[in-house]
Design a protein around this ligand. Structure first.
Ligand code: DC
Length: 256
């Protein structure tokens, strides 16, 4: 499988209008955001990336795109040889446009398709497979080599970047998370049942937290943000305060 490339040539967007000056942030750091399903990790990662002029990657999109490929090509996930063979056929690329990062699977923009329920229902079992994880982690680590990246997922602070300067563990009440995902899906015209969405979130959380390989867990040095009662701006504000703190302490430690 190819390295995921983030095409930043089309960036050109001004940073978000926040009460912070991105250019005052001299040290480039790695920001890892982990947490349960649908607690707004990608939204926060994107807002932070824009505010700081950093790249942002939602690693869940990568697992979802692999799942879509497996579904479309009837790859038996219990057949290790078939999984390894299928991984060799998959090319993932991120392309940034005015809507954010779009994920391309073998040249096809699948950003909408991967958010549908049939993919959501299969993604956690696919993300359990060590061969899949190893490949995804390899690509994610390559994307963070230059630092200046905000990456969200389940194992970013624990496995992908245990050395990340800032680790955030995002959480929110399950009812609130269900409501957000339900509204996101219905706004896109998908006919879903509230209880079905909740069942999917809870099931994914369970599989993601109990799997053997890289389970979702809070890194010891992660800062917990419960955003149940926070709006996007408040959450971003809080997160950027943490960045500022970390960058300042990095500057003291490194003398930059
Ligand atoms: O963030 P998301 O809901 O789009 O992620 C979809 C699934 O991918 C999630 O249920 C678990 C898996 N995942 C993972 O195992 N490790 C990651 N770093 C990101 C996602």
């Amino acid at each position: 499988m190819d390295f995921c490339t983030i095409n930043l040539s089309t960036v050109g967007r001004p940073p978000l209008a926040v009460h912070r000056k991105p250019q005052t942030i001299l040290n480039k750091i790695i920001i890892a955001i982990d947490g349960h399903s649908s607690c707004g990790k990608s939204t926060l990662a994107k807002a932070m990336g824009n505010a700081l002029g950093y790249a942002y990657i939602s690693t869940g999109d990568m697992y979802r795109a692999v799942t879509l490929y497996f579904l479309e090509n009837q790859v038996d996930i219990n057949d290790k040889a078939a999984v390894v063979e299928a991984l060799k056929q998959i090319r993932l690329h991120f392309v940034k446009d005015e809507n954010g990062n779009r994920i391309h699977l073998n040249g096809r923009d699948v950003s909408e398709e991967i958010r549908k329920m049939h993919v959501a229902e299969m993604v956690s079992p696919v993300a359990v497979i060590s061969e899949v994880r190893r490949e995804m982690v390899r690509q994610q680590q390559a994307m963070g080599q230059q630092k200046a990246v905000v990456m969200d997922g389940r194992d970013i602070g624990t496995v992908v970047f245990p050395q990340a300067e800032l680790k955030i563990f995002l959480t929110a009440d399950v009812e609130e998370r269900t409501r957000r995902r339900y509204e996101e899906l219905t706004a896109k015209g998908q006919h879903v049942d509230f209880e079905e969405v909740k069942k999917n979130l809870t099931a994914r959380d369970h599989i993601d937290s109990t799997r053997e390989d890289s389970p979702l867990r809070q890194a010891d040095d992660a800062v917990v943000i419960d955003n149940t009662d926070l709006n996007h701006e408040q959450q971003l504000e809080l997160a950027l305060d943490l960045v500022r703190e970390r960058v300042e302490s990095e500057s003291v430690n490194t003398g930059h």
